[in-house]
Ligand binder design. Structure first.
Ligand code: KET
Length: 395
C-alpha cells in the first residue's frame, strides 16, 4: 500500500540539529537551530517559568479542553505584549486573537484563513526568509513569491523592496519580520517602516507580521514597534507571535495569531472563522504552556524576573557578537566582520558559502545552516576562539 511513498528529504534546519546531536565529536558546536543556549550550552530554565510550573502543580487544576481560540488569560496577555496595555485597538475590541500551537501554528492558521477568504491572493516573502515560511504557505495552497530584501553589502535593498511591493496587486499578502530578521539579522529602520506604511495603504496590501524574537533586538516594547505602528496607522493586518524563544518554552508550543480589524464586529467574525480553522485541524490548543505564560505575565514579580532574564539573554548575545568579532579581527588582519555587530537578534548571516559551511561541519564539527546563518547563542567563552579559528581556516 505504501510502496510509492517517497522518503522525506528532511527539513534544512531541524535535520541539521538532529545531525548535531548524533555527532560524537566532543568539541562539536551547535550554531544551527534558533534555540537560545546559555554559557553551558543548555536551554536555560527561567526562574519565572519554574515558579509558574510549581504553582500549577500545586493548584492541581483539572484539564478540560480549552476553547478553540485558547485561554482568555493567555490571549489577553499576548495582546498586551503585542500592542501594550490599553492600546486603542484593544479597547475598541478590534483584535481577533487565537492561542496557537507555536507561531508555526499561527502562521499556518493565518495562511488557511487567507486562502479561504482571499482565494486569489498570493504571499510575498523576503529574500531570503526563514525556510519554513514558504512551506507553511504553499501547503495552505497559497502561491509564494519573494521581494528583494537582503543586501550582501550590508543592510536592506530598501528601494528595490519598495519598487517590488509597489507592483503587487491589491490584497497581496506581504510577510514581514517584525524584528530580528531570520536568517539575516538585518531589520528595517524606523524610518523605513514609516516609509512602508503609505505604500501598504495605497496598494491595499495585507501585512502578515512574524514576531518570533520579541525582546531579542532592543527590548520587549521596542521590538513591537512595527506591530504598533501598523495598528496606529489603522491598517488591517495579521501578526504571529511566540513565547518559544523569549520564555524558553519551545516544546510547550505557546504562540498566537492576532488579526487587527477595522471594527469589533469584523473582529468577531474573523475570530469565528479562525476558530473554525482550528476545529478542522486540531480542535483546541494545548493548555499547560499557555497557563505558564499567563501566570508569569499576570504576576508583577514573575514578569519582572522574566524581563530580567530576557535582558540578560539579549545582552549576552550582543557580548558574543563582540567576542566573535574581536577574535576574527585578531586572527585575520584586514578581515571585515562589521556585520556581526550591526545585525540583531539570535542570527548572523555570515556570507560563508555552502562549501565553507560543509567544511566547518565536516572538518571542525561546527554546525551552521547551509545558507551561512550562524546562531550566535550557540557560542560561549569556551568555543568562540575555536569557531573563529575554523572560520579563518575555511577561507
Ligand atoms: N517564525 C520565525 C521567524 C522563526 O524563526 C521560527 C523558528 C518560528 C516562527 C517558529 O517558532 P515556534 O513558535 O516555535 O513555532 N525558528 C527556528 C526553529 C525552526 O526552524 O523551527 C529557526 O529558525 O532555527
Amino acid at each position: 500500500m505504501f510502496q510509492h511513498i517517497e522518503a522525506f528529504a528532511g527539513d534544512a534546519i531541524v535535520a541539521l540539529n538532529e545531525a548535531f546531536h548524533r555527532d560524537l565529536r566532543p568539541h562539536k558546536v551547535n550554531l544551527s537551530i534558533g534555540i537560545y543556549c546559555d554559557e553551558q550550552g543548555q536551554v536555560p530554565a527561567q526562574h519565572a517559568v519554574c515558579e509558574a510550573e510549581q504553582y500549577l502543580a500545586a493548584a492541581r487544576q483539572p484539564k478540560p479542553y480549552l476553547p478553540m481560540e485558547g485561554s482568555a488569560r493567555f490571549r489577553n496577555a499576548m495582546q498586551e505584549l503585542l500592542f501594550g496595555a490599553g492600546h486603542a485597538v484593544l479597547v475598541q475590541g478590534r483584535v481577533a486573537t487565537v492561542q496557537t500551537v507555536g507561531s508555526s501554528g499561527a502562521l499556518k492558521a493565518g495562511a488557511e484563513f487567507l486562502r479561504q477568504w482571499f482565494p486569489s491572493s498570493g504571499v510575498w516573502l523576503s529574500d531570503p526568509t526563514w525556510d519554513n515560511h514558504r512551506s507553511l504557505f504553499e501547503s495552505a495552497g497559497i502561491v509564494v513569491r519573494t521581494y528583494p530584501y537582503y543586501d550582501p553589502a550590508g543592510g536592506v535593498r530598501f528601494d528595490a523592496m519598495l519598487a517590488a511591493l509597489r507592483e503587487l496587486p491589491p490584497r497581496s499578502v506581504v510577510l514581514l519580520h517584525a524584528c530580528c530578521h531570520n536568517p539575516t539579522g538585518v531589520d528595517l529602520t524606523h524610518a523605513q517602516w514609516l516609509e512602508l506604511i503609505p505604500l501598504i495603504q495605497d496598494r491595499q496590501l495585507i501585512p502578515f507580521l512574524d514576531l518570533a524574537y520579541q525582546g531579542f533586538g532592543e527590548g520587549i516594547e521596542e521590538d513591537a514597534f512595527s506591530v504598533r505602528l501598523l495598528a496606529q496607522a489603522g491598517i488591517p493586518f495579521l501578526v504571529a507571535n511566540t513565547l518559544s524563544k523569549s520564555m524558553g518554552l519551545y516544546g510547550e508550543r505557546c504562540g498566537a495569531l492576532s488579526v487587527v480589524c477595522a471594527d469589533d464586529r469584523q473582529a468577531e467574525r474573523v475570530l469565528g472563522q479562525i476558530k473554525f480553522t482550528v476545529r478542522q485541524n486540531y480542535f483546541s490548543p494545548p493548555a499547560h504552556g499557555g497557563q505558564i505564560v499567563a501566570h508569569v505575565l499576570g504576576d508583577p514579580a514573575l514578569r519582572a524576573s522574566w524581563v530580567r532574564d530576557l535582558t540578560g539573554m539579549r545582552e549576552r548575545i550582543r557580548s558574543l557578537r563582540r567576542q566573535l568579532h574581536t577574535a576574527l579581527g585578531r586572527k585575520w588582519a584586514g578581515s571585515d566582520f562589521a556585520y556581526l555587530l550591526s545585525q540583531r537578534g539570535m542570527f548572523s548571516y555570515t556570507n560563508l558559502s555552502a562549501e565553507q559551511v560543509r567544511r566547518l561541519r565536516e572538518e571542525h564539527a561546527i554546525y551552521l545552516v547551509k545558507s551561512g546563518r550562524l546562531c550566535i547563542s550557540g557560542l560561549n567563552a569556551g568555543n568562540v576562539e575555536r569557531v573563529a579559528d575554523a572560520i579563518v581556516a575555511v577561507q
